[in-house]
Structures are given as structure tokens and as C-alpha cells.
Design a protein. Structure first.
Length: 140
């Protein structure tokens, strides 16, 4: 995946999270979550339109929705979507698709008592310090 922001060599970004391709902003979000005691996550988990269940299997079929980070702490569950730079310039039809995606994810996770989808704008993950602050605000 491509980087949205210039990276510092000291960041040592790998382009992957749990062996799955990841952008710079997703890696920063991952590292920020890792710093918060008690919270863990599954990266790029999907909701199967066939079963309505969570799966890490990529089927790429109509109605399949991906959650960037499904964060958990005990029985608490918070789905997080990371909005890349392209989302900042969405056409109105794309915004409708994003709203539909949120609605479907919220409905699928309701049976688990999950919080509503939280979106993070790309600029809030421009560097690790901002990412740390943003994820602490969301998870604590």
C-alpha cells in the first residue's frame, strides 16, 4: 500500500499489519492501539453477506463489508474505519455508500453489543504522535 504522508526512517514502517497489506496511516493506528493497555484488535476483518458473521476470509463478493480495526477490551467492541485521503474528496454518491457501509456494520455488530462505527480522518494519523492522541481519545 502507498504512504499518504512522508515517513521518517526512524518510524520503520513495514507496509503490513499481521501479514496483511497496510498503509502508513493504518500502521500508525495499529501502533497507537498497541500502546493502550487492555485493548487489542483484529485488522481488516470482514462481515460476510452470506452468514452475517465476522470473518478474516476475503471473498470479495457483493455486500461484504470490511472493518479496518475491530478493537476489543473484554466484552467491549469498537469498530474503526480509517479514511484515506481519497475519502476527503468524495462525491455525493460515495458518501452515500460510506453511510450505507456504516449502517450495515453497525447492524451486523449490534448483536455483539458493539459501539457504533468510529471513522478517523487521514490527517489525524499523519504522524505517530497524532495517531497516539487520536486512538486514546477514541478508546479511553
Amino acid at each position: 500500500m502507498r504512504n499518504l504522508f512522508p515517513t521518517d526512517d526512524a518510524e520503520n514502517l513495514t507496509g503490513a499489519i499481521d501479514d496483511k497489506p497496510a498503509s502508513d496511516i493504518e500502521e500508525r493506528a495499529s501502533r497507537a492501539i498497541d500502546k493502550i493497555p487492555g485493548w487489542s484488535y483484529t485488522f481488516r476483518i470482514r462481515i460476510s453477506p452470506l452468514t452475517g458473521r465476522l470473518t478474516e476470509r476475503f471473498q470479495n463478493i457483493a455486500g461484504e463489508y470490511e472493518i479496518d480495526f475491530l478493537c476489543t477490551r473484554g466484552n467491549e467492541m469498537k469498530p474503526i474505519l480509517v479514511d484515506g485521503e481519497v475519502s476527503h474528496f468524495l462525491a455525493s454518491w460515495q458518501k452515500v455508500q460510506d453511510e450505507q457501509k456504516e449502517t450495515m456494520i453497525n447492524a451486523a455488530l449490534k448483536k455483539y453489543g458493539a459501539h457504533s462505527v468510529q471513522r478517523i480522518e487521514f490527517w489525524r494519523l499523519a504522524d505517530q504522535k497524532r495517531a497516539d492522541i487520536t486512538l486514546r481519545e477514541i478508546l479511553l
